[in-house]
Design a protein around this ligand. Structure first.
Ligand code: B1M
Length: 238
């Protein structure tokens, strides 16, 4: 039987290439994803469109088939690996703002949970919006958050959870912050696929962020509020 000819990704038009990227992500083809990301960027695609239309959409399709038992953990790991390789190329481009940081954020996935693609995406978009971001990684016990808060004094504490079994752990962190008397010194933002607004409220977070773009908008709005109240306090003193 004749061997299948290697596909020249450059010969595809944009729509075909994005479709091919969804397939390559599904198949966990890291090299092809890297090549396609570079092709789209060379064609003038913005890093944001490349991220959302090609990579995130591809991962959404993987998620559906994982849920439906068509894909299994090893295949999804390969897809995640390919996704990360694409994100790795885009990260410095998204972070290029040149402006001084508008705020500081720590963000981590909570204890028991190793999902990090969405959390890393939030971190990248926040950097792109001008925040300094300290990424705590995955599987973070409460001690990691408290240590990072003490060390970095962030404006924003971000937590991610992708499992219904790990999302309650966010409350453990918030309760520890209350116990230490530092809860009101920081804005707490939470996110992850199984969460919603109501859950965020019930655990005492400041806001639930549906996606990375919402996280950026929410963080900016809270920063504006914080700066407003600092300015008001200073004006009151003078
Ligand atoms: Co997992 N997994 N997984 N998984 N996995 C889910 C979450 C699941 C929904 C799949 C399914 O439908 N069955 C399901 C959870 C079911 C549930 O709890 N109800 C599930 C399961 C069950 C599991 C295991 C238990 C499977 C097993 O071992 N049998 C296991 C658990 C491991 C653990 O954590 N202890 C497991 C393992 C894995 C892999 C390792 C194979 C891999 C993770 C690789 C990695 O992250 N490095 C994986 C993946 C990739 C997924 C799916 C397919 C994709 C997640 C993803 O990356 N999405 C996922 C299915 C799904 O979510 N539909 C699934 C893309 C990403 C861009 O979106 O993460 O939602 P997301 O992030 C968004 C928003 O949610 C938001 O912004 C992001 C960007 O827009 N956001 C934030 C996220 N965090 C935020 C934090 C913020 C703000 C916004 O802070 C301010």
């Amino acid at each position: 039987m004749a061997e299948e000819a290697e596909l020249d990704l450059n010969s595809l038009n944009d729509d075909e290439l994005v479709q091919q990227m969804h397939d390559d992500l599904y198949d966990g083809l890291k090299d092809e994803i890297e090549e396609s990301v570079n092709i789209l960027l060379k064609r003038g695609w913005t890093p944001y469109d490349t991220l959302t239309k090609a990579l995130v959409e591809g991962m959404r399709i993987v998620g559906i088939d994982f849920r439906d038992g068509i894909l299994f953990v090893p295949e999804v790991l390969l897809a995640a690996n390919a996704m990360k390789a694409g994100m790795f190329i885009l990260r410095p481009l998204l972070a290029e703002t040149g402006a001084p940081p508008i705020g500081k954020m720590i963000i981590g996935t909570v204890k028991g949970d190793i999902h990090d693609i969405g959390k890393n995406l939030v971190a990248m978009m926040m950097e792109g919006a001008g925040f300094e971001v300290i990424n705590l990684g995955i599987n973070n016990p409460v001690e990691n958050y408290l240590k990072a808060i003490e060390e970095h004094k962030p404006d924003i504490v971000g937590m991610s959870a992708l499992l219904t079994t790990t999302m309650p752990y966010m409350k453990v962190v918030i309760d520890a912050m209350i116990e230490k008397g530092i809860r009101n010194d920081h804005v707490v933002l939470v996110g992850g696929a199984p969460l919603n607004e109501q859950f965020a409220q019930s655990i005492g977070a400041d806001a639930y962020c549906r996606d990375a773009a919402v996280a950026v908008e929410t963080a900016k709005a809270f920063m504006a509020k914080r700066q407003g109240s600092v300015a008001a306090r200073q004006a009151g003193r003078s």
